[in-house]
Design a protein around this ligand. Structure first.
Ligand SMILES: [Zn+2]
Length: 110
């Protein structure tokens, strides 16, 4: 399958030819360029890994919410400390995943 990139907004279309109108920004067909094989490979290789990073970021938001609940229950100091640590660690994991996705985006891997 060929990939075509909108030069106005960056939207990537998959198909035998560029779409008549960009589904994101409405630019006409002549604003699309066909990606090279190397660029196409990058997009396909990063497609699943970006999804995994996003899923990890979402799981971290769940960990943070659960940790908040545990902190509020305030069973004992060690328990609260464990939840605070989990909350802080979930932030680090989430931000690391987001930074990796941002790095992929800036290198055309999306
Ligand atoms: Zn566009």
């Amino acid at each position: 399958m060929k990939l075509f990139k909108c030069t106005v907004c960056g939207y990537i279309h998959e198909g035998n030819e560029a779409p008549n109108v960009c589904p994101k920004c409405g630019a006409p067909k002549d604003k699309f360029v066909e990606l090279t094989q190397e660029e196409t490979d990058k997009v396909y290789k990063s497609d699943r890994t970006n999804d995994i990073h996003m899923e990890i970021a979402n799981l971290c938001m769940r960990i943070a919410a659960l940790s908040e609940e545990g902190i509020k229950l305030n069973l004992d100091p060690a328990c609260v400390a464990a939840f605070e640590k989990a909350k802080n660690e979930s932030w680090i994991i989430k931000q690391r995943a987001k930074a990796e996705i941002a790095g992929h985006m800036s290198k055309g891997k999306w």
